[in-house]
Design a protein around this ligand. Structure first.
Ligand code: DAH
Length: 362
């Protein structure tokens, strides 16, 4: 037995000191391989008497298992060490230290379009208007047909529409070219009477100093039993006085044509340009700010509202246009340049919500 213990100890030493996989494999072959020392001893068991074989066999098996276990453990340890070594070599620092944030930008600012939209909502909320929204990807029907702009109507060309691919049934969607489809959606759903504005993004394929493919409008609509152009004029004057924050404004109603209103008027505001400074409410200049009119009976009828009973006005204002006028921004395209210095220059504090009572823009 003493021999066996010494044999085992010898092989365990060799396993422990094996420096690589090849050395380990050599130890395995020497001990447990077909002609290995332990295997040969196993073969000798056959020559023994049954009693001898029983005890010697058990002892030999124990030695064989001990050596096999030690080899397996050593193999695992070598594999782990090799992996560690590889990971050390392949390690890559994917972190990037952040750019330090300058204190003035840390809190962010409101974009002038957001600011002006909030101002417009505050003014009309004060006049009892609700705020409605509609989808920017709009059915052809809502953007045109229901607004009395049938297929082949010349107004469709004027809108420079972005069309989506037609569906299998031939209908197609468009990026809405104005906020007027929200008139239809709201009337259809809620009927008359109604009084709301609908601010939002609109799209036309056009690009220069005063046109961008995406811009903003706010639609307004009032339908009741006793509404006239006089109400329209008062509401728009009230709005302009509050929005431009001047005592007196003068509006000029110019006869115009929109398929969805009759009569229709484009509205200009009196202003002066002196030394590159725009002043609202004085001077000899006029700037167009919106389209408006009495809602066409066909539009009401298309929404299931009886034009014999109900009538009203609607208007559409360019939000970007009035933002440029109020805050003296000369180029529309700057709105969408995402230039942080520009934003900081015009930026409005995010928590300064405009209100008519507290002052809109302060
Ligand atoms: N939808 C028109 C446009 O985008 C603007 C407009 C004109 C809206 C007259 C109205 C309106 O509601 O009554 O050019």
């Amino acid at each position: 037995m003493g021999d066996l213990e010494a044999l085992k100890a010898g092989y365990l030493d060799q396993v422990a000191s094996a420096g690589d996989e090849a050395a380990l494999e050599a130890v395995r072959v020497a001990a447990l391989g077909k002609k290995g020392e332990i295997s040969l001893k196993m073969r000798d068991l056959g020559k023994m008497s049954p009693e001898e074989r029983k005890s010697a066999g058990a002892a030999l098996n124990a030695v064989k298992d001990a050596i096999a276990d030690a080899i397996a453990q050593k193999k695992d340890a070598m594999a782990d060490a090799a992996l560690d070594e590889r990971l050390k070599g392949e390690w890559l620092d994917i972190t990037l230290s952040p750019r330090p944030v300058q204190p003035p930008m840390a809190g962010g600012t409101l974009h002038p379009i957001s600011q002006v939209t909030e101002e417009v909502i505050a003014i009309f909320a004060d006049l009892g208007f609700a705020v409605k929204e509609g989808p920017q990807i709009e059915a052809d029907f809502y953007n045109f047909d229901a607004l009395n702009i049938p297929a082949e109507h010349p107004a469709r060309q004027e809108h420079d529409t972005f069309y989506m691919a037609p569906k299998a049934d031939g209908t197609r969607h468009v990026l809405r070219t104005h906020t007027s489809p929200v008139q239809i959606r709201t009337l259809e759903k809620e009927g008359a009477p109604t009084r709301f504005i609908a601010p939002g993004r609109v799209y036309r394929s056009d690009y220069d100093q005063t046109h961008t493919p995406m811009f903003h409008q706010v639609e307004g609509m009032v339908i009741d039993k006793d509404i006239s152009m006089a109400n329209l004029k008062w509401v728009l004057e009230e709005f302009c006085r509050a929005f431009f924050e001047v005592e007196a404004v003068e509006l000029r109603f110019r006869a115009s044509h929109f398929p969805f209103t009759e009569p229709s008027a484009e509205v200009d505001i009196r202003c002066s340009w002196e030394g590159g400074q725009l002043k609202i409410g004085e001077g000899d200049g006029w700037l167009e700010i919106l389209g408006s009119g009495m809602v066409h009976p066909k539009v009401l009828a298309a929404c299931g509202v009886d034009p014999q009973i109900w009538q009203g006005f609607a208007f559409g204002v360019g939000i970007d246009r009035i933002a440029m006028l109020k805050y003296g921004i000369p180029d529309l395209r700057a709105f969408f340049d995402a230039d942080l210095r520009w934003l900081r220059h015009y930026g409005f504090a995010a928590l300064d919500m405009p209100s008519v009572a507290a002052g809109l823009s302060r």
